[in-house]
Ligand binder design. Structure first.
Ligand SMILES: Nc1ncnc2c1ncn2[C@@H]1O[C@H](COP(=O)(O)OP(=O)(O)OP(=O)(O)O)[C@@H](O)[C@H]1O
Ligand SMILES: [Zn+2]
Length: 619
């Protein structure tokens, strides 16, 4: 909860306290300030004819003695110095039928006071629970929208979406989004369209509808979407997909309808749906029932997107880090047909992000954000923002007027340890990863007939410390043995480079090895690519009790054959590994060039790799 939410809460507390004081003041006034005595003592004094007058108010009796009475300490029973004339006591819950008669016979002056304190006060007392209920409800509504007063200027959206209208102070532009130049470039067209939809259509631009932002959490997808709205100066409606279905059954579809209606009313506008996979998982994928609500919501979303007219001037943006689980219907033309991939930032972008977030923080003159950026591979924008905040807190705690390098380093360690991902990477690990990935890349580049290398990176993602990405040039349906063996060589290139350079192996090649073994097994058992076995096919199933593998089902075969299959798989793998080794040993200088560039730049695209290796384009 933000500070703004606490303010009314504090106000309510203050009101309650003030009310208590006022009430107490009135209550004491009517009690006439007597000293409290026991009821039996009061009865004794009454019997002794020592009560002059009393006043009754509810259960309490206050009054005056005829003669002063020594006050007894109730704990010790000893008389206390002070004599009293004024007293109060409480009538017990048990009826005392003789009281009135006694009072009359002793000629006590009796007045009855109404229990009503004051009409104003009792009115307040009556209203208080209502004030509390309404207050809590109000706070809950605000909390649900997570809105600060600034963000509310655009008013409410019934769907529960957060709404930002143009011209607000909290406007976000591309300047607030550091790095991501490619993504910004791709979104430029959306901005142009929203700025002047008519003109855009006259020029003949294809009216965009849905944009899917794909990337890991915290990489700034929401921020980027808001910046698009800010750049174009249009209304931004933001909702998290799980909000559609969080409350009651049947609400989700209605909320979607409301959301689109609001967006159309305030067009041109952007609808942003975060974590779209929460409603957008492929239909029918769930087990059993209970998914109707989600499916209804998804269907409503699809039909709203289809119902757009070009003149509606609404763009739907959505974010996910699981594009693979999305229902294919969402990705069809006319829906989310544009995809913008947002990767974890490389160190140059990390430096820019640090610059954005330190803009308003006094930094020591010795601080080098580049050094921090280089030491934080794998961190997202959100992680870096967190790092800067931690550093500022450390500085404040030490009464330091500026944030120093040391604060930043300590904050870095803290964020690294807090993160669930293993992001802390030593220089040595970084070197090993760089050699591993450069090994893959070099083999892929120098072996003919392999898929082009799209990019290579040593920025960790998921479990992998680095990635070499190859993209096939076109869809292939037939693979030659040469192609497949080359592919094995590329996969083994990482491991081979590690072994040749460090004389040691790391666990980093685990995935490569699994891929290599699976592929080699298929080559031998399914595609008949082994000389010794020839054109026979086998299906190999689960573990064999003796051989470590079970060869079963399609064809039963002897243990000798099982042994031969294993031999042949080993031969294929050895052959591929020897090829990789030959290339890497023969081009050690090129390997080193790639490694230095990788450590310096973290990510190399195909063009850059060709440049470094002195190769022509399309090789
Ligand atoms: N490129 C960036 N430049 C500046 N700040 C960034 C950048 N990327 C992320 N941040 C910071 O990280 C915060 C979180 O980013 P944001 O919520 O946009 O990430 P997200 O990708 O939408 O994450 P999620 O998928 O968890 O919603 C932002 O508020 C912003 O302050
Ligand atoms: Zn590898």
């Amino acid at each position: 909860m933000g500070q703004s939410v606490w303010k009314p809460l504090i106000l309510v507390f203050v009101l309650i306290i003030v009310f208590n004081f006022v009430y107490g003041y009135f209550a004491r006034q009517t009690a006439e300030g007597g000293v409290s005595i026991s009821y039996s003592r009061f009865k004794d004094e009454l019997a002794a004819d020592n009560i002059k007058k009393i006043s009754l108010k509810g259960n309490s009796i206050s009054g005056e003695f005829r003669n002063k009475v020594p006050l007894t300490d109730s704990a010790s029973g000893k008389p206390v110095v002070r004599d009293i004339t004024q007293f109060t006591t409480i009538k017990p819950a048990i009826e005392d039928p003789s009281l009135m008669a006694d009072l009359q016979s002793k000629k006590v002056d009796v007045t009855a006071v109404t229990t009503e304190v004051s009409p104003l006060l009792s009115g307040l007392l009556y209203l208080l629970p209502w004030i509390l209920i309404i207050g809590v409800w109000w706070l809950a509504m605000r909390g649900m929208r997570g809105q600060s007063p600034g963000a509310m200027m655009g008013g409410f959206a019934k769907s529960g979406a957060q709404m930002y209208t143009p011209g607000e102070k909290s406007r976000v532009t591309f300047d607030d989004v550091a790095g991501m130049e490619n993504a910004k470039l791709e979104l430029r067209e959306i901005v142009d369209y929203l700025r002047d939809p008519k003109k855009f259509q006259q020029i003949g631009g294809k009216v965009p509808k849905g944009v899917l932002l794909v990337g890991p959490p915290g990489t700034g997808k929401t921020l980027l979407a808001r910046a698009v709205a800010g750049e174009a100066g249009v209304t931004f409606l933001s909702i998290t997909a799980s909000q559609f279905i969080e409350m009651f059954v049947g609400v989700g579809a209605g909320r979607v309808r409301d959301l689109f209606a609001t967006a159309k009313k305030s067009a041109p506008s952007i609808i942003f749906i975060d974590e779209i996979d929460a409603v957008g998982r492929s239909r029918g994928a769930g087990l059993g029932g209970g998914h109707d609500e989600r499916e209804q919501t998804l269907n409503q979303l699809l039909s709203e997107m289809d119902g757009f007219d070009p003149h509606d001037e609404v763009i739907v943006m959505a974010a996910t880090n699981r594009p693979d689980v999305l229902d294919a219907a969402l990705l069809r033309p006319g829906r989310f047909d544009r995809h913008v991939v947002i990767d974890r930032p490389d160190w140059r972008d990390r430096e820019k992000i640090l610059q954005v977030h330190t803009r308003k923080i006094p930094m020591d003159k010795d601080v080098s954000l580049a050094v921090i950026a280089r030491g934080t591979p794998g961190m997202t924008g959100a992680d870096l923002e967190n790092l800067v905040n931690e550093a500022a807190i450390l500085a404040a705690r030490e009464n330091s007027s500026t944030v120093t390098m040391e604060h930043l380093e300590r904050a870095k360690d803290k964020v690294l340890m807090g993160g669930e991902r293993k992001m802390y990477i030593t220089d040595q690990e970084k070197r090993i990863t760089a050699y591993h990935e450069a090994g893959h890349t070099l083999v892929a580049k120098l072996l003919p007939g392999t898929d082009p290398v799209h990019k290579v990176t040593i920025i960790p993602r998921g479990q992998a410390l680095g990635v070499t990405q190859q993209l096939p040039e076109d869809d292939r349906y037939h693979y030659s043995k040469t192609y497949l063996v080359n592919r094995l060589s590329v996969a083994l290139g990482g491991r081979v480079a590690e072994r040749l350079v460090f004389g040691d192996l790391s666990t980093g090649a685990q995935n490569d090895l699994k891929m290599v073994n699976d592929l080699a097994e298929k080559m031998v058992c399914q595609w008949g690519m082994s000389d010794k076995i020839g054109a026979m096919t086998f299906r190999r199933g689960e573990e064999h009790p003796f051989l470590g593998r079970k060869l079963a089902e399609e064809k039963t075969f002897s243990e000798q054959m099982a042994w031969l299959i294993d031999q042949e798989i080993a031969v294929v793998i050895k052959e591929a590994e020897a090829k990789a080794e030959e290339i890497i040993t023969g081009n050690r200088d090129k390997l080193d060039i790639l490694v230095e560039a990788l450590i310096e730049e973290e990510t190399l695209d195909g063009k850059r790799i060709n440049g470094l290796l002195g190769l022509a384009e399309r090789q």
